[in-house]
Design a protein around this ligand. Sequence first.
Ligand code: GUN
Ligand code: FE
Length: 423
Amino acid sequence: MGSNIELLHGDIVYSESGDSLTVRENAILAVEDGKVRDIYAPDALPEDLRPLPVTDYGRSLIIPAFTDMHVHAPQYEERGIRMDLLLSDWLNQCTFPEEAKFADPDYARLVYRQFAQDLVRQGTLHAVVFATLHAGATDILMDLLEEQGIDAFVGKVNMDIHSPDFLCETAEESLRGTEAWLERHSGTESRVRPILTPRFAPTCSFPLLQGLGALAKKYHTGVQTHLVESKWEAAESVSMYPECGSDAGIYERAGLLGEGPSIFAHVIFPTAEDLRIMKKYGSFAVHCPDATTNIIAGIAPVAAEQAEGIRVALGSDVGAGHSLAVYRQAARAVQLSKLKEFYEPAESGTISFADAFYMATKEGGSLFGKTGSFEKGYDFDALVITGQEDAGVPLDAAGRLERFCYTGDDRDIAARYMRGKKM
Ligand code: GUN
Ligand code: FE
């Protein structure tokens, strides 16, 4: 059977590393069986491609789709509300009551459908998602994400202590429910996969965490949680589990690391021990600039973490963040790095836009295989971005991409492709 080849013309921009953008203006990208075959100048197309039709996007940008490495689907209705609170009050006053509503499958379907549609609208085609402790609603979310045709890791949340009665399980219930849920989702070909999701150390007993560690081993499952996200959380975690030595040490001791990917949201106040453990397991730190400025306070030491060899990707963290636009998180990551440099010069270093875009695409995408770049053999999971130029004032492709991340929105996303297929 012959292969399926499609040619797309436009201004192509992607990352190979965080050092610089790769820019191919006025170029043709050949997609073969859903993957990038190569990129050519229009007058240098190889013989076999010359007879094929070209989808011409003119001077529009063709870029890799975004990856949101940390987002809470059940907090979609909280976005942009009560952002004047700080973490603990925000959880207790807003988030726990909102998440409790997901006991009702109809409410779950109503909100999760709009969440899933908005993800795609914003150009996020890969996501790592928290649901709630309700396994039934988590299944509904997984079905809706699958229907949208995107890649995702989704977690049924575990929490058994220091939680309100209306949003709490016993460790036994939580483990039983989690195992039944893992059973339902294991051995499938689905692109929407389960990931263990202890909420964070303050709401998880050690027997619960150890039980999850055993499930990680049995089902070869990864883990996502929140790590040293605030001074309050960091102090609380270590005082609850002093024998573990650090927040990351809690998950290591419980046997949750090393069976699959480990994804730690925020990592704003890591100790040397946290960083050592994350490096050992190849964990991701997820920088969530909007959440940081809304309800957390404290700026992740992104440049220092990268210098330690930690993989740092970006997350919207809706509803602590107020928008699903990962491209805006790229812009804000640059902005926050400047503030950090100014206020905490001893522990920082500004980051470039090229680095921020890399975190939003290739670094996060690496969790899902070969996606997030247009190097040869990568999945063609892509967006077409129009506009960004004022009439009569030309702007080069790199400038238009940067401006899109700062000032653009979903109306500028003219097309989305997943594995080479237009969505
Ligand atoms: N820590 C524990 N739960 C949460 C949550 O839902 N959002 C954020 N940002 N931090 C948390
Ligand atoms: Fe979060």
